[in-house]
Ligand binder design. Structure first.
Ligand code: NAD
Length: 428
């Protein structure tokens, strides 16, 4: 009976991404024989907050009005944790799907958090820095009763960065009356941010490259890599891959990309984007290419690090890479996943591959709560250890269930969450 109530309720979060997240969950829940009552609770987020709010344009005659969201998928594991994205197409369903993914991700790497996600439907490229600050501070104020070091801890995601986290931390601290660094992670080190957080997602991803390449039957020395997206995740993944001896032959961002078979000077490309805000006009001694071309070009490894839904049934058959490591959240549709699996392409799924970001965020939160800060060496060492252990555990679940890494990872994460929910019972 209650199942019917919630099934009808799924339309609250209606979006293609949420539908995919739920059908992926349902498939794995069936495979695991998950308790039906627990499964029903996990298909829907526990809290969804929708706010609308005004902000002043720099030209004081105009006032903009925006939608903001914060979704907390699961409150049973500890505080919730997840990024905030500023993008023109953000909606409640997308945020809910990403919050659910965060729950599995935290459980897969063994962090004491449930999943959350937030967003503001705005194109940050159209805002001045002052406007961005006003939007951030007002959005924070709107959701202030729902966030906090023991409630819900935001972090950067698409379109937000260290500075945005700094403004959130300041707004929160002003309103509670004392400095509270542990309310967000991914903030500047000067405010209690962790060293190495900025690079963590890309570095964590690339720390799995040798072991994943081995499973894909690839030699790691001089392995060729194409990176889709050159923001926080993509640029540091490209840099880490380059530093680890891989040949980064292609990079791209929203403005298009570059191919250079001899290898791209990643540090130079980073400097270019710092100065120009995008890769537009950059050639790096190679040729300009489009994003679609990058996804299917002749590189052994593809790192989709930009956005969701870019590897689809329309291009999965053309992809030449033998190994895909998902830096972005949800870059591969379910249909593409099946096609690539049939073609023998190894996919290291988002919930495992990009978990380095939330892992170092967890380190940052712990350091802030203790007011005791670790060295970069300690952080990177612990990050590598957690990523490598999670990969091995996921691989062994996948092997024992005779399934792919995505399913193995989800089984591992969902099982941990289900055990906790069953152990807590129901109040009252
Ligand atoms: P970002 O805003 O810093 O960078 C996004 C990059 O992708 C930019 O270079 C942008 O130009 C490019 N891009 C956007 N849309 C594109 C498109 N359609 N085609 C090609 N390029 C496009 O964002 P980010 O923080 O690097 O996040 C990227 C992805 O990684 C998101 O899916 C995010 O959820 C996920 N992620 C981020 C983190 C993190 O720590 N930042 C952690 C885990 C997962």
């Amino acid at each position: 009976m209650s199942q019917h109530i919630l099934q009808g309720g799924l339309r609250e979060w209606e979006s293609p991404l949420y539908r995919e997240a739920v059908s992926q969950f349902d498939r794995v829940a069936d495979l695991m024989g998950l308790d039906a009552n627990v499964a029903e609770r996990l298909r829907v987020p526990q809290r969804s907050i929708v706010v609308t709010f005004p902000y002043r344009h720099d030209d004081y005659s105009e006032v903009g009005s925006l939608f903001g969201y914060r979704v907390q998928h699961l409150l049973s594991m500890g505080p919730t944790k997840g990024g905030i994205r500023f993008a023109p197409d953000v909606n409640l369903g997308e945020v809910a799907a990403l919050a659910m993914l965060m729950t599995w991700k935290c459980a897969i790497v063994g962090l004491p958090f449930g999943g959350a996600k937030g967003g503001v439907r705005v194109d940050p490229m159209t805002l001045s820095s002052a406007e961005l600050q006003r939007v951030t501070r007002r959005y924070t104020t709107e959701i202030i009763n729902f966030i906090g070091p023991n409630k819900d801890i935001p972090a950067p995601d698409m379109g937000t960065d260290e500075q945005v986290m700094g403004w959130i931390m300041d707004t929160y601290s002003q309103q509670v009356g004392h400095t509270e660094p542990a309310v967000v992670t991914g903030k500047p080190p000067a405010l209690g941010g962790s060293v190495a957080r900025r690079e963590a997602t890309g570095r964590g991803l690339v720390s799995l490259l040798p072991v994943a390449a081995q499973h894909a039957g690839l030699q790691t020395d001089g392995i060729t890599v194409a990176v889709h997206g050159f923001g926080n995740v993509g640029r540091y993944a490209a840099l880490a891959a380059h530093q680890a001896g891989a040949r980064v032959v292609a990079i791209s961002d929203i403005s298009g990309g570059v191919y250079n078979g001899k290898g791209i000077d990643v540090a130079e490309a980073m400097t270019w984007t710092d100065l120009n805000r995008s890769l537009e006009g950059y050639t790096g001694g190679g040729d300009r290419i489009g994003n679609e071309e990058l996804l299917v070009l002749d590189a052994e490894v593809l790192l989709p690090c930009a956005t969701g839904g870019v590897v689809t049934d329309a291009n999965a058959g053309e992809i030449k890479a033998k190994l895909i490591m998902e830096g972005a959240n949800g870059p591969t549709t379910l249909a593409a996943d099946r096609i690539l699996g049939d073609r023998g392409v190894l996919i290291v799924p988002d919930v495992l591959a990009n978990a380095g970001g939330v892992t170092v965020s967890y380190f940052e939160w712990v350091q802030d709560l203790q007011n005791y800060f670790w060295s970069e060496g300690e952080i990177v060492g612990r990050l590598r250890e957690i990523m490598s252990r999670a990969f091995d555990e996921v691989m062994s679940v996948a092997i024992s269930h005779k399934t792919d890494l995505r399913t193995g990872a989800l089984i591992k994460g969902i099982r941990r969450v289900a055990d906790a929910k069953l152990a807590r019972g129901i109040f009252p």
